[in-house]
Design a protein around this ligand. Sequence first.
Ligand code: GLU
Length: 546
Amino acid sequence: MDWNRLADALIQDDNVKALEEYEKQYPERALEKGAQVTRLAPSPTGFMHIGNLYVALANERIAHQSGGVFYLRIEDTDEKRKVEGAVEVIHKSLKYFGVKFDEGADLCGEYGPYYQRQRAEIYHAYAKELIRQGLAYPCFCTEEDLEKTREYQTENKLLPGYYGEFAKCRNLTEEEIYANLAAGKKYVIRLRSQGDVNVKHTFRDEVKGEITVTENNQDVVILKSDGIPTYHFAHAIDDHFMRTTLVIRGEEWLSSLPIHIELFKVLGFRLPKYGHNCSIQKIGGETRRKLSKRKDPEASLNYYREQGYHPEAVRTYMMTLLNSNFEEWLLKNPDTPLDEFKYSIGKMGKSGALFDIVKLNDISKTYMSKLSETEMYDFLKTWVDEFGNDTQKAYFADKEYLCKVLVLCMGVGSKKRRKDFICAKQAVEMIAYFFDNSFAPVYEYRFDKATVNSVLQGFAAIYDEADDNSAWFDKVKKVAGDNGFATDMKEYKANPDAFPGNVSDVAEMLRIATTGLSNTPDLWTIMQILGKERTLARLSAAMINL
Ligand code: GLU
C-alpha cells in the first residue's frame, strides 16, 4: 500500500504544514521547574454545571499556586451541541466566582487559536501522518453497518465497538479503498489500534492514586466524515501543543483514558499527568446520585448567580468539597483570603463529593454576616440591578435609609452579628417590609380580634418616636398591663394560667401589625427606621384589617 498517496487522497488541506513547524510554533513553555500548565476545556453547550466550577477551581489553584498557566480551550467539535453565546456564559459565570484564566478563548495567548474548530489544519496534519505510518485508515461503514455490528455484539454478549474482526475496514485493500473513494462513499478516519485488551497497566492518577488501566483495542474515529476531529484526537493534539502538563477532569472521562494513552503514544507525544476527580453527588431519597442537570436546579452555575449567593461563599464551599483539610484551615484562618490556602491535589476526594446546600447556606450566612452595611448595599444592588424587579430596584434610591435597615438586619455594631442573610434574593425579600410599595402583610395573630385591637389602639395612643428603647418598652408593658397581660416574667411563669399571656405576646402583636412578621430584629429600632408617621399608619392599617 502506498500510504503517502493514500494520506494525500484522504485528507486534502492545503494549509497543512510540516510537523516540525507546529513544534516550532508552539514551543515548550519557559516556566519555572514544577510550574503546572492546566486548562478548562468545556464544550460550548451554554450550560455550566457546578462540576465545571469544581474542575475549574482545582485546575486554577494548581496552576497559579505553582507559578504556571491556566487557560481556556473551547471544545467545539460537536456542532449539534453548540449554542450561540456559550463562550460568554463560560467567561461570565466563572469570572463571577473569581476564576481567572491567563490565556485562552477570547483572551490573548501564544498557543491559540483556542477554539478547536479553528485548529483544523493541525489535526489534519497529524491524521495524515498517522495514515502515512499505517496507524490510521479510512472507514466506509455506514450507520446501518455499525448498528448491525452493535446488535450482533449485544446478542452475543461481546464487548461493543469497532475492533478486531468487527473492524471491517481495517484491512481493506488499496483497490477497495480507491474504488470506494471513486464511488464517492463517505468515510471517517480511524486509528489502527495497536492495543490488546488482555494487557493491563498500572497508571498513576493524580487524584485516585494507582489505578489499573486496560489497553485500548478500539479503532476509534479520529476524524469525522466532515474532517472535524473527535474529542479524543483533538484533545491529545491540543494538550500537547498547548503544553498542558496536568489534566484535571471529571471521572466520566476515566473510561476514555486507555484511548488517550494510545493516542499520545502513536502521535509521539509525552502524556501529561491526569487526575480524574469525583463527580458531585446529592442524596436523593435513599440513594446518592450525581447532581443532574435535568432534575436539580442547583446543578447549574447560573442558579447561584440568580439566587445571589456571594461568589466568595460559593468558592469557600467548593473548597470544602475539593480539599479534605480545607475546613480545618478555615477554622484557624477565618479571615484569611482563600488563595492563601495551600491547595493540594492529593487531598482531593477519591470517591463522590456530597453536595450539601445546608452547609453552603451556613457558609454563606457566615460570609454575609461579615460584610459591612455598605458592602452589603453594593452587593445587593448589583444583584437587584440584574435580577430584581422595579419595586426592589427602588429600595436603593435612598442609600441612608437602606443602610440603616442593613445595620439592623445584620446586627452591625452589636456584640454578635445576625446571620439572617443567605443570599441576595432572600435578603432582598427579607427586608421588603421596610418599603411601603412591597409591604404586603399577612397578619397572623395568636389572640382574638378584640384583644389585638385593644393592644394596637392602646399603644398607638401613647407611642412617642422620641422615646428611647427603655421608655418605649415601658409603654409596651403599660399596654400589656392595661390588657391584663403579665408584665413581670417571674410572676407569669409562677402562674401562667392567671394571664392571657405576657408582655412578649403583646410585643408580638405590635410586631405583626408593624411588619407583618412574628420574627424580626429589634422592634423599637424598626419603628425608628420607619418613622412615626409610617409606624402609626401601619398600626391603623392593621386595626382596619382585623
Ligand atoms: N470537552 C470535554 C468536556 O466537555 C473536556 C474533557 C477534558 O477536560 O478533557 O467536558
